[in-house]
Design a protein around this ligand. Structure first.
Ligand SMILES: NC(=O)c1ccc[n+]([C@@H]2O[C@H](COP(=O)([O-])OP(=O)(O)OC[C@H]3O[C@@H](n4cnc5c(N)ncnc54)[C@H](OP(=O)(O)O)[C@@H]3O)[C@@H](O)[C@H]2O)c1
Length: 678
């Protein structure tokens, strides 16, 4: 299939095929795509539709738990195509994420129009996230034979206020309660599909069972779910509490990190009404508290006022990112045939490269990062144990420590206090520490980690990084700890060292269980290549200085291509370096007009914009602050999304200005010229 993308005022791009990756990237970026035939060309048939979906190789999704009556449509391709919700034409189907009332809703839902209705029957969309972004701005048209994608010139969902933002701004207490408790749904299902009801799917069909015994077995296995048989043979189910506001992290490598109003609460309140169900009883908070019906009504009205409706044409396809966008169906007259198909994410192979490095990252949970913010321990003023404790209370779970920061005993004390107070468990935390330059010799590597563990009071760390690609003369623990940059004679002494031997010693630490992962810091592309040339365990992450003045795009790309996650230190730029005389007030980014302009648009601070920029580049920002207010500020970055133009504007501030440069500070402070990036 040929895909031509025609952007208004921009040159067109031509691809030989639409690959899975292109598709996933488009739907992550734009949230919904409309694939439409060119005027005059033959519309797609249902078999074309099915073949197109099969070619994308998305993950099969088992359709269990849905309320809508549907039938399977026979197609030649090896995918499942159902009728869309067959609710009677005069009934509106309210906004919902497909299957938001089950624990694992599909990631993608596709609709195909075989026969448009005479009047009405539009599918309407609304962005359910927190951010306005160009991701949602454009629907795309795709032609059938040679697929053409171009911007839709009419109504777009990006001009509207997204649902999460509306609810958070106008009904904050409701939002907080929904976040905390989730929602429980109550639905009574008949024994046979009831075509007169939009929620008339039978319990056999809903749960994909053929006997009541099997059904009861299934239901008894769901903790927190309650059910009851009614005298007429129907089944009433009250679900377990289901998360109703979600953080969407990553989808196929795209850093989404957005809150979404992801539930069926409004759909249940508006539409779960039939001879068996009373919509006002259909939904409660997860702790069984009733929901305020005025609030539910106001949200329903907001959705209706802000929806974008699309009138179907024969052969049209909608591809919807079901985690980011809600859909609904207007009532209609005349026959209408719209089909639906659901999929999970793409299959999870290939996220980490396998280029000969015997891949040993077996626990991918460390690479999926539900909360990408990390708190750094370098040069913390005051009592670091108090700061760590407060940071954990403020919500941080990732901590970046190092022998060189000289405060691991107090860091450990703060962690221990938070664990003892029941705020977190050790497993909830991700603790990184680093191998200092004087311990690169393979004999010293395990000793260095033991000392970090002893100081931190931990049995293991989550990640151990080589701090710098700089090997220095050994200084014994008794003489000086941390050794810093100079030996007992006040000299910085570089030594010859084979860094691949250091890496091998790091690998042995993984085997010992004292660290879960190992990685690198301040390494450039060539240093990384050298490590990879003999590595048996791939570095999990690369920690580098990264902020709008030093965007490091090539290094990040190289690391990513090598299957290495990137974390960004000093994400706020030169701030920390002023007191060290390594930056001046002119280097600060807090007053930068570009950053400030963007921050005002979202009612955010300049710091929050820089941290969000880092996250949207798929790098994990490591920031630090001694103030509780700023700790909280630096984490309040999941309710907005920077547009491509805004990301580009911040990218353009890059001037390759490195504040933490051994090529400069080693000579200035220790009299040793030690460039590593040149
Ligand atoms: N691998 C390495 O070689 C390396 C090198 C450097 C750093 N790091 C890691 O990265 C961490 C962070 O580096 P960094 O200290 O340069 O981080 P940063 O977060 O970019 O800068 C911290 C400075 O910014 C201020 N600040 C924090 N939040 C602010 C906000 N919202 N508004 C205004 N000012 C704010 C802090 O002051 P207040 O405390 O007054 O809020 C502090 O002076 C370190 O702690 C360390 O863990 C690693």
């Amino acid at each position: 299939m040929r895909v031509t993308r025609l952007l208004e005022g921009a040159s067109s791009e031509t691809h030989a095929t639409i690959s899975q990756d292109q598709f996933v990237s488009l739907v992550a970026k734009h949230k919904a795509l409309l694939l439409q035939c060119d005027e005059g060309s033959d519309p797609l048939s249902v078999d074309d539709f099915a073949e197109f979906m099969e070619s994308l190789q998305l993950q099969h999704y088992e359709y269990v738990g849905g309320a809508a009556p549907r039938r399977l449509i026979p197609v030649k391709a090896n995918v499942e195509v159902y009728t869309a919700n067959e609710a009677p034409p005069d009934q509106l189907i309210p906004f919902h994420h497909e299957l938001a009332q089950v624990a694992n809703p599909p990631q993608y839902i596709f609709f195909f129009c075989d026969l448009p209705s005479e009047t009405g029957g539009e599918t309407a969309l609304i962005d359910s996230t927190s951010g306005v972004c160009d991701c949602s701005k454009y629907l795309y048209y795709v032609a059938a034979s040679s697929i053409l994608i171009h911007m839709c010139s009419h109504d777009t969902i990006g001009d509207k206020i997204p649902v999460y933002r509306y609810v958070a701004d106008h009904h904050p207490e409701f939002m907080e309660k929904l976040k905390l408790h989730g929602a429980r749904y109550k639905r009574t299902m008949p024994a046979e599909d009831d075509k007169e009801s939009p929620i008339g799917r039978s319990f056999y069909n809903t749960y994909q069972v053929t006997s009541k015994d099997d059904l009861e077995k299934k239901l008894n296995n769901i903790a927190g779910l309650e059910y009851e048989w009614t005298p007429d043979g129907s089944l009433t189910v009250i679900t377990e509490p289901i998360p109703a506001v979600k953080m969407i992290e990553q989808q196929h490598g795209h850093a989404i990190y957005q809150w979404t109003f992801h539930n069926s609460v409004i759909a249940a309140f508006v539409g779960w009404q039939d001879s068996r169900n009373d919509r006002t009883q259909a939904v409660r908070f997860g702790n069984n508290d009733e929901m305020d019906q005025d609030v539910l009504g106001a949200i329903a009205k907001f959705m209706d006022d802000n929806k974008v409706s699309y009138k179907w044409k024969k052969g049209d396809v909608f591809a919807i990112n079901n985690r980011l966008v809600m859909h609904s169906r207007n009532s209609f007259t005349g026959p209408r045939r719209v089909y639906a198909s659901m999929f999970g994410d793409v299959t999870e192979i290939g996220t980490v490269k396998r280029d000969g490095v015997g891949q040993v990252i077996s626990d991918f949970s460390a690479l999926n990062v539900p909360d990408p913010t990390t708190f750094g321990m370098w040069r913390l003023g005051g009592d670091p144990s108090e700061t760590v404790y407060n940071a954990i209370k403020a919500g941080y779970r990732r901590f970046d420590s190092a022998c060189d920061y000289g405060n691991e005993v107090l860091t450990g004390k703060g962690i221990r206090r938070a664990i003892d107070d029941g705020i977190v468990k050790r497993d909830d935390l991700y603790i990184t520490t680093k191998l200092w330059n004087t311990y690169h010799h393979p004999d010293h590597v395990p000793l260095a980690l033991d000392r970090c563990l002893q100081d931190l009071g931990l049995d293991y760390v989550d990640e151990f990084l080589i701090h710098f690609p700089i090997s220095m003369e050994f200084v014994s623990f008794d003489e000086k700890y941390p050794p810093e940059w100079q030996n007992m004679n006040g000299e910085m002494v570089l030594v010859k060292n084979d860094i691949t031997a250091t890496w091998k010693a790091m690998e042995n630490l993984v085997a010992s269980g004292k660290t879960r992962f190992i990685g690198l810091s301040n390494f450039n592309c060539q240093h990384i290549r050298q490590v990879l040339s003999t590595a048996k365990i791939r570095p999990t992450s690369l920690q580098i200085e990264c902020h709008p003045h030093l965007s490091q795009s090539k290094l990040i790309r190289f690391a990513r291509d090598s299957g290495i996650r990137v974390s960004a230190f000093s994400p706020l730029g030169g701030t920390s370096y002023i007191s060290l005389d390594m930056a001046t007030g002119d280097d600060l980014l807090f007053e930068n007009p570009s950053v400030v302009g963007i921050s005002k648009r979202y009612n955010k601070t300049a710091a929050q914009v820089m941290l969000r920029w880092s996250i949207q580049r798929n790098t994990l920002p490591i920031s630090k602050s001694s103030s509780l207010g700023r700790m909280q500020e630096n984490r309040a970055i999941f309710d907005f999304y920077l547009t491509k133009e805004e990301m580009d504007a911040i990218d353009s501030l890059n001037k390759s200005r490195r504040y933490n440069d051994p090529g400069v500070f080693c000579e200035a402070g220790m009299g040793t010229f030690c460039p590593i990036y040149e």
